[in-house]
Structure formats: C-alpha cells, structure tokens
Ligand binder design. Structure first.
Ligand code: B12
Ligand code: SF4
Length: 464
C-alpha cells in the first residue's frame, strides 16, 4: 500500500525546516512491513497545487496527516479546499489525541488516531489492504458509512522502544533540515516526560493510554541510530530533542560512556534544572555535550508552584545553570510570558532570574493554551480566551489569544519584545541590542535578511 504523509509547518518562528519524529517512526514501521511511504511537507507558504500534484502523480491509498494544535487549522483548510479525497484519510498527532472532536468537525476526514500510532496505523493499512472494514482497531476513531463513529479503546503505550525501527529520515529532505540548523542532526531517544507542567501537553497525553508513559531506548540502540545517520549525512553536531534527556541518571551515565568511546560530534540536550548537578554536567561535558537547553519558564517560585505546577525553587534553577557553567557547558534558557494570572511584576521576576544567571542565550515565547491542558481549562473558565484572537494566524508564540484584566495584550507584547534585551543589558550590550531587534515586529524579515551571516550571529548571541 502507498501512504502519503502530509506535514504542515507554517507560521513557525525561526525559518528552519523541521524534522517530524512521529512521521519518521510511522514511516519506518510501515516500510518494515513492506509498504511504500512518501512525505508532502508544506513549509513556508500554503501551497495547495503542489499537494494536488503529489496526490495525482503518486496515487496514494492512504493520506496520513499529522498536526499539533497550532497547525490544525491548516489541515482543516486542506480538507475544505480539496475533499472529497479518493484515498482513505487519517489524522494523528497531538491535536487529534487531545481534541478528538476534530473528527466530526472535519468533513472528509475518515479517522483519527488517539496517542501512539506505530501499530494502529500499520493495522489500518493492513486492514484496508485486505479490503476489510477498519472499524475495530485500538486507538483509532473511525467514521462509519452511516455517519456514526467507532470510538475504539486505546492500547497501552508501547513498552519497549527498542523493538520499534529507527525513525525514517528518508522521506524528508533530511540534509536540508540538517543544514538549516547549522548542520545539526536531530534525535529522540525517549518518549514522554516525568513532569506535569500545567501549560504543557504531557500531563494530558500520559492519560490517553494505559501503561508506562516515560520510556527510554537502550543505549546501544541510540548509538546504532546515530551511527546510521552520521554515516549517510553531512553532520557537524547532534541535538537530542528528548523532553528531558537527564531524567534518568543511569541512562545518562551509560550513554555518555558509550558515546565518547565512538563519536566526537558535539551534542545539545534539553534538561530540567533539578536533574543537573556537578557530576552529571562533568559527565556530559566529557562526552562532548556542548549546550544544555533548560526550561525556566517563569522566575517566580510561587507562581511556578501555584499556576504552572513546577515545584522547584529558584535556588535549584540557579544551581542547575551554575553546574553547567562550572563544567564548561553552554546554556540556553527557555521562557514564557503571558500566562493566565501573570502580571508585569511577575514577569519582571523572570527577567531578574535570567539576568542573575546570565545564560549564554535566552528564548522567550508567548503562552499558547493547548487543548485539554490544565491552563487551557483555566483560560476557558476565567473567560480569558479572546474569541477575535482565537482563530488568528500569527506566527506561533509571538502573540497572545488571551484577554486578561491584569496583563493586557499590549503589555504582554511589550514584555515579549524587551525580555531578552532586558536580561542582557547589563552584561552584554551587543547581545541586548541584537535581541531587541530580533524580538521586534521586524524580527522575522530581519532573520531572513541576515541568513548569510547567521553563523556569526549565533556565535555572537548564543556562544555556539
Ligand atoms: C520534538 C518536538 C518538536 C520538534 C519536532 C516537531 C514535530 N512536529 O514533531 C520541533 C522543535 C520542530 C517542534 C516544533 C513545534 N512544536 Co513541538 N514538540 C516536540 C516534543 C518535545 C516531542 C514530540 C515528538 O517527537 N515525540 C515523539 C514522536 C515519536 O511522537 P509524536 O510526534 O507524538 O508521534 C506519535 C503519535 O503522536 C502518533 N502520530 C503522530 N502523527 C501521526 C499521524 C498519523 C496519521 C497517525 C496514525 C499517528 C500519528 O504516532 C506517533 C508515533 O507513535 C513534544 C512534546 C511531547 N512530549 O509530545 C512537543 C510538542 C509536540 N510541540 C508542541 C508545539 C506547540 C510545537 C510548535 C507549534 C511550537 C511553536 N510555536 O513553534 C512547533 C510546531 C511545528 C510543527 N509544524 O509541527 C506542543 C503541541 C501541543 C499541542 N496540543 O498540539 C508539544 C506537545 C509540547 C507542548 N508544549 O505541549 N516540536
Ligand atoms: S518539564 Fe518540559 S516537557 Fe516536561 S512537562 Fe514540563 S514543560 Fe513539558
């Protein structure tokens, strides 16, 4: 059978092409069982003609869409513009999982997948190949011919990640993705996150299937995947995209020892600050780790605890950054502004904490309420979601859909634009000036204009 994946990547800040681990995993599983896959990647601008051409020339049996919530409106637009489709259509990914109502809301969509799709999609394709009715596959919700919906229960999370094939990079223009991010290849060795931050989808995703949510692959399987990718692509660095690479210290220890024995490519990771200490940071540095990306999100302990469900102290965050610095690891701090109940004064604490820690780089985004999350529910309950803004097509995380009495949209935008320059204004004037421009309304065109010297700018503003 032929399966065409459709991945929309529109209005995302930064301009880099992105890989999609979910599609990569699904494609690998289908190929392992003898099916053919292709990807139609919609990047830069909405181009329907190109998709129509791909469908007409390749004649897929199944159209498989994947979407996070901020991309779902583009999927809906494709259905509005193109259906009825001849191939069977299915949508999976975080949006379908968290907002299954989308099946009814999208005429022409035949099915959705709730949660992990590795075996459900394979079983769907096998059932369609046998020309049988696919309405009893666990995790899939399917529209029957009479218009009713078969809502099948979900199977447990797949327990042993090592028996899944490596994510397939071939349907992507993977060298272009590597090149668009300073020759960095992307990997993900785990699924799930042990924490339950109220603004993130993890606490909802973990409830969608029974079984163990946080799983890591075995180290030898991680190394085999790296070996495969670096032998086939021109790569200068690696980025392990796991939600929290340092969640399991025994994994980190084993990984670092094995990695340094075989590879010399620098790598970046994501980590929670309280999982970092001198011993872990020394080990990471020794293995070739270059940078640790750490979610700070907000600088007020009380606000983090009461509203964001993050129970660590500022001292723990500062200790995590200090451990990285001591070991010689670069740091990047992720922050968010515009949370429900946040005020300009609370945001100032985020500026102050970052200024004190002086990370090598900072990133800020504006809060987006994702379906089913505790904070999205709070926004609905408090009437914070502004209906006129809710359907807006702005670049994600650069504007707010909330209308709150204590923190106006104008104030949120101001804080977003001035955050990074305020963090650095005492420590590094050139960083402060550049970041003021980067986060200004001219930031996106500026990034495109300065593309030829982006390596120099990155070294100047991020230290890597
Ligand atoms: C890695 C990652 C990225 C990477 C890769 C993006 C990508 N699209 O995969 C990058 C950095 C590029 C990225 C960007 C963004 N991300 Co992101 N990202 C993640 C992260 C940390 C892991 C996702 C992952 O790869 N998991 C592993 C793979 C194997 O799982 P998976 O993708 O979920 O796929 C499985 C199932 O969902 C299902 N499935 C998926 N697609 C399909 C399709 C079909 C047909 C079927 C049957 C099944 C199926 O089967 C797959 C295999 O089991 C998650 C957090 C998380 N824990 O989920 C956030 C997350 C997905 N990101 C999120 C967001 C919001 C974004 C951005 C919009 C941020 C922004 N404004 O810039 C962009 C959107 C980019 C885009 N066009 O999709 C949110 C989504 C929330 C939501 N409700 O939709 C998440 C959940 C984090 C959060 N804050 O809650 N992201
Ligand atoms: S630690 Fe990060 S990935 Fe994990 S739940 Fe919190 S925000 Fe989400």
């Amino acid at each position: 059978m032929r399966i065409l994946f459709v991945y929309t990547d529109l209005n995302v800040r930064g301009g880099a092409k992105s890989y999609h681990f979910g599609i990569g995993m699904l494609s690998a599983m289908l190929k392992r069982h003898g099916h053919e896959t292709q990807l139609h990647y919609i990047f830069g601008h909405y181009d329907l003609a190109a998709l129509t051409r791909t469908i007409a020339t390749w004649q897929p049996d199944v159209l498989a869409f994947s979407a996070v919530s901020p991309q779902f409106s583009y999927v809906q637009r494709i259905f509005r513009d193109l259906q009825p489709f001849k191939p069977f259509t299915i949508l999976g990914g975080q949006h379908a999982t968290l907002e299954p109502l989308c099946l009814e809301q999208t005429p022409g969509l035949d099915a959705i997948c709730i949660g992990e799709g590795d075996y459900p999609l394979l079983e769907l394709v096998q059932t369609l190949e046998r020309r049988e009715q696919p309405d009893q596959i666990a995790n899939l919700w399917i529209k029957r011919k009479d218009g009713t919906i078969a809502r099948n229960p979900s199977r447990p999370f797949h327990d042993n990640l090592d028996d899944l094939p490596f994510a397939d990079v071939d349907p992507f223009d993977y060298q272009a993705i590597i090149d668009s991010d300073f020759k960095t290849a992307l990997f993900m060795f785990s699924r799930g996150c042990p924490y339950n931050c109220t603004f993130c989808s993890n606490h909802v995703l973990r409830k969608m299937q029974p079984g163990k949510y946080v799983r890591f692959r075995g180290v030898s399987s991680c190394l085999a995947e790296i070996r495969d990718v670096v032998s086939r692509y021109r790569v200068k660095a690696l980025y392990f995209n796991d939600d929290c690479f340092t969640a399991k210290h025994d994994f980190v220890t084993e990984f670092c020892q094995a990695y340094k024995a075989e590879f010399s490519l620098p790598f970046d990771i994501n980590a929670r600050p309280e999982t970092l200490n001198n011993e872990i940071c020394d080990m990471l540095k020794d293995a070739g780790c270059r940078r640790v990306c750490i979610g700070v999100e907000n600088g007020s302990e009380e606000f983090r605890r009461e509203v964001l469900g993050r129970n660590h102290t500022n001292a723990q965050i500062e200790a995590g950054f200090a451990a990285c610095r001591r070991a010689g690891l670069k740091t990047k701090s992720f922050n968010i502004v515009g949370f429900p109940f946040e005020t300009p004064a609370i945001h100032q604490e985020t500026v102050n904490l970052n200024a004190r820690m002086n990370p090598d780089s900072v990133i800020i985004g504006i809060f987006e309420p994702y379906p089913g999350t505790k904070l999205a529910d709070v926004c609905l309950k408090e009437g914070f979601i502004e209906p006129t803004q809710a359907g807006s097509e702005f670049v994600g995380r650069t504007d707010t859909v909330l209308n709150m009495p204590q923190f106006s949209r104008k104030q949120i935008l101001h804080c977003f634009r001035t955050f990074a320059s305020n963090v650095y204004r005492r420590q590094s004037l050139h960083k402060a000036v550049f970041l003021r421009l980067y986060y200004s309304p001219y930031g996106e065109p500026l990034i495109r204009l300065l593309k030829p010297i982006k390596g120099i700018l990155r070294r100047m503003t991020m230290g890597v």
